[in-house]
Design a protein around this ligand. Structure first.
Ligand SMILES: [Zn+2]
Ligand SMILES: [Zn+2]
Ligand SMILES: [Zn+2]
Ligand SMILES: [Zn+2]
Length: 415
């Protein structure tokens, strides 16, 4: 149980947790006792508790602000620690050198530990399919020692008492305020720190030269002169994402559309497999989704692949609109992703060690390609695509001097 009593119950309700009730107790014991409970081991495959993520239009203008600890996809990241953002090469695709694009974030606190009272995982991706293919190629070639990545995952965690948030649970009525200041963000992408300032207007800020050039070409050339003449601040008309503004507008038109990620337990779908009304409010129709599945199926050849795909399909068919499967089970370490294909899996032996504490990493969640349909990514040959992106995190969710710790992602391609 959490310390602090009833006032925390609301906040706890936001937590994504793969462990509930008895199971939570079981795993807490595992954590404490190591392998002493080994004879309690039962066939976990049947009981494994998976939480599914679905995308939905945000319910309000404020629902995805950082003080609400949102799980979200697309748009800009809601940085949990708004000051000590990832910087330098961490923000770049190691393959093409361009700033990475925000894919999604998952709020996944671990209630057993004080310093993980708030815990957020962020996934960034280079939108170039060439880079994503190269990323996996590099992984196979070199092993995880010298990574050259186009997909990066960051973990940020805070204890209940911190300088960025009230220790009271959010009221979720639009009145919640974030505390403290925030690092100014890039005017173009809204994702990364805007350390570079436009030298003429001294108002627009950029994470990189690349984004400065993009902004200049897309209209800042004209706008900049106006700002300089009128000596108005750039901020009021085009908020750069920092500060007070509710709607975080960014200049770039190419960031992915913003959605809230809502969470449901997979077991909820076991009973009502064909209840189409269940997700009547979702944005992609079942027919569209079936087409997606059809087209993916054509990519698989050979018996093993078809078998693997069939198993995957059977599982996903319970709730075909899912974009995320979450199942952290660090105690016994036997959570495994659902692999769509039999080739290109990461074997347990190949899961790297945590780069900070040297401890084991465990599977935490996977991202399904359905997300690309919500992002309206075209189904062309060169378009961004994946079979699944699997995220592994430090089993101990260790502390390190860095606010944003890099975790490990494995990309499986569909062909
Ligand atoms: Zn790239
Ligand atoms: Zn930028
Ligand atoms: Zn300017
Ligand atoms: Zn660690």
């Amino acid at each position: 149980m959490l310390a602090g009593g009833d006032s925390l119950e609301d906040l706890k309700g936001l937590h994504i947790s793969s462990l509930d009730g008895e199971k939570e107790q079981q795993n807490a014991d595992d954590d404490l006792n190591g392998y002493e409970d080994a004879d309690d081991e039962y066939d976990d495959k049947e009981l494994e508790f998976v939480t599914l993520g679905f995308v939905e239009e945000p319910k309000s203008r404020w629902a995805l602000l950082r003080q609400l600890f949102p799980s979200k996809a697309g748009g800009v990241p809601a940085w949990l620690d708004p000051i000590n953002l990832p910087s330098g090469n961490s923000c770049l695709c190691d393959i093409c050198g361009e700033p990475l694009q925000f894919l999604l974030q998952v709020y996944a606190p671990i209630s057993e530990k004080e310093f993980t009272f708030h815990r957020m995982l962020y996934v960034f991706l280079c939108p170039s399919m060439t880079c994503l293919l190269q990323d996996q190629h590099e992984q196979w070639k070199r092993g995880p020692e010298k990574p050259s990545r186009s997909v990066k995952v960051f973990r940020c965690q805070l204890s209940l008492i911190n300088s960025f948030y009230s220790s009271e649970p959010p009221r979720c009525d639009g009145s919640d305020k974030a505390l403290g200041t925030e690092a100014p963000l890039c005017t173009w992408c809204g994702a990364w720190k805007g350390d570079k300032v436009c030298s003429s207007c001294r108002s627009a800020r950029y994470c990189s030269e690349k984004h400065q050039v993009m902004h200049w070409r897309s209209g800042h050339k004209v706008e900049c002169a106006q700002i300089a003449v009128s000596s108005l601040s750039y901020e009021p008309s085009l908020p750069n994402g920092a500060s007070l503004v509710n709607m975080r507008k960014v200049a770039s038109k190419s960031i992915w559309p913003e959605f809230a990620i809502i969470i449901e337990d997979e077991c909820e779908f076991d009973r009502e497999v064909s209840n189409a009304d269940n997700h009547a409010n979702l944005l992609v129709s079942r027919e569209q989704m079936d087409e997606t599945v059809e087209s993916l199926l054509h990519n698989f050849e050979g018996n093993d692949e078809r078998k693997s795909w069939a198993t995957f399909q059977e599982c996903v068919a319970k709730a075909p609109e899912q974009v995320l499967r979450y199942c952290r089970n660090a105690g016994s370490g036997d959570s495994e992703p659902l692999w769509p294909a039999s080739s290109g899996r990461l074997s347990k032996a190949d899961i790297p060690r945590c780069g900070y504490c040297g401890g084991a990493m465990c599977f935490e969640f996977q991202i399904l390609p359905q997300l690309l349909y919500y992002f309206r990514v075209k189904n062309d040959v060169d378009s961004l695509d994946w079979a699944t992106i699997v995220v592994y995190t430090c089993a101990a969710s260790c502390e390190a001097s860095l606010a944003y710790k890099e975790e490990f992602a494995w990309v499986q391609h569909s062909s």
